[in-house]
Design a protein around this ligand. Sequence first.
Ligand SMILES: Cc1ncc(C[n+]2csc(CCOP(=O)(O)OP(=O)(O)O)c2C)c(N)n1
Ligand SMILES: [Mg+2]
Length: 548
Amino acid sequence: MTGTLRGADIVARSLKRLGCHRLFALSGNHIMSIFDAALDADLDLVHVRHEAAAVHMADAHGRLTGEAGIALVTGGPGHANAVGALFTALGAESPMVLLSGHAATWELGRGGFQELRQADMAAPVTKASWTSTATETLGRDIGEAIRIATSARPGPVHVSLPSDLLDARIEDSAVVWPNWQGLRPAALPDATADRVLAAIAEAAHPVIIAGPQMSTVNGRNLLGRLEAATGAPAVIMESPRGLADATLGAFPDLIKRADLIVLLGKALDFTTKWATGPTFDPDLRIIAIDPDGAMVERAKKEKGEHLLIGCVAGTTSAGETLLARAAKTSKTSTPKPDWYKEARAALDNRPPEWRSIVSQTAGRLHPAEVFRALRPFVERHPDAVLICDGGEFSQWGQSMLPVRRRLVNSVTGSIGSAPSFALAARLAEPKAPVFAVLGDGTIGFHIAEFETAVRRGLPFVAVLGNDARWNAESEIQRRDYGANRMHGCELLPARYDLVIAALGGHGEHVERAVDLPGAIERALASGKPSCINVMIESTAAPTIRLSR
Ligand SMILES: Cc1ncc(C[n+]2csc(CCOP(=O)(O)OP(=O)(O)O)c2C)c(N)n1
Ligand SMILES: [Mg+2]
């Protein structure tokens, strides 16, 4: 016996079939049919307060689980609000899908309600972006979107779903269900892996640089094993600060000495300064292993004959092949012990004065005091999630807090995602603590997501460095235009803790370093989304250099 199915039910059931049980959503006319269908498909709708927050949550889910996070928003303005956040997910190489409602097909070109060229709008910030054209193939579209999002270099995908296709009913037998299987990534051929390993062995000062997609527990473990097998230090570059990312200590001093850089799924871009110019050895050679042929081509264009090997291959699988091939040559200890030791010392370098530095301003802490207090709490649980978002304050956090399960706002440097990331991290990680460090400017973008977190009972601890200033930009004014031309970047020393308490969360206000550990303990014990409003001195982001 055959029946009929509604388009919206096809979408909801397809998601369920593909293992997506949760949607980060904001309602609207065009997608209420999917809200309705979610009931029968037993999909959990996390109803948020801004469409960009839904995208940030799907992004965090994607990064933490490796499975596509799904955001669902309405057409027109809902879609437009969502698009900006896709840029963050693109920069972070995060697998996620944005499903947007869309004006009905019969309205298009006639000034339909909230009609907008949505797929065109999302195209530059996605791996793929299209509008569904038939109810029959909605399921296939969902499967294809997830496949693209999770394959090769992961990233965001957008599909617009016209409302008439969602409302239409078709015969069961006409439905094209998703037939989804993850694509096997291109393999790094053994012979190429052997050439890569030989080049590393021959180099005096090799460095492996991995891209953001490796910023996972598994990715970091893999890089650690590659370091041990090759003696080449392996770093992840995922910050717009590039070589000067405070996470990487004195990396600029280290990279100067490199004679070979192996790019493992890391695009040559502004963060790496295209591996050219005074920062680099003029004879530096490059190996580019990347899932995207265009990135290998770019490396060829940028580096010419200095590109030793270029190969299209999946990042993780290439790393594993390198390890397997390296294991074939018997070694008793890490090769290049002197270089490796030197490299580690540079990467782990933190000025000793940070251990004792204190604020010079009464009622305000130095960022180093904040992170000295926070560090043991982040270290306490091996699965703790750390989110760093914002300007100068969070750079101190990135340099002083342990890195394991960490989400940063990506090479795009797009600020504001922290509350959404924290909420989604809590859903993905039900037990271990979730910490977010962010600035007072940054919290304003999505502060309402604390209400979403309260409503859903999702505790996390946000440590807010409140310097009453957009300090990163203020520091640019100081550097580029002079201290007497710093203006327009001031904020009020607002009591964000009281805002969070008013939304139903837990608030703490701290003006003295001695009070911070107790405030963190109380925030954790509250079992609520919490915000510790720490008054801090405006302090430029740290720069770490070896004193030679
Ligand atoms: C979406 C977005 N808007 C603007 C910027 C530019 N920007 C980068 S950091 C920053 C200041 C952040 O201020 P705050 O969160 O208070 O951190 P602080 O630097 O004061 O520690 C701004 C405006 C950006 N990177 N992303
Ligand atoms: Mg600030």
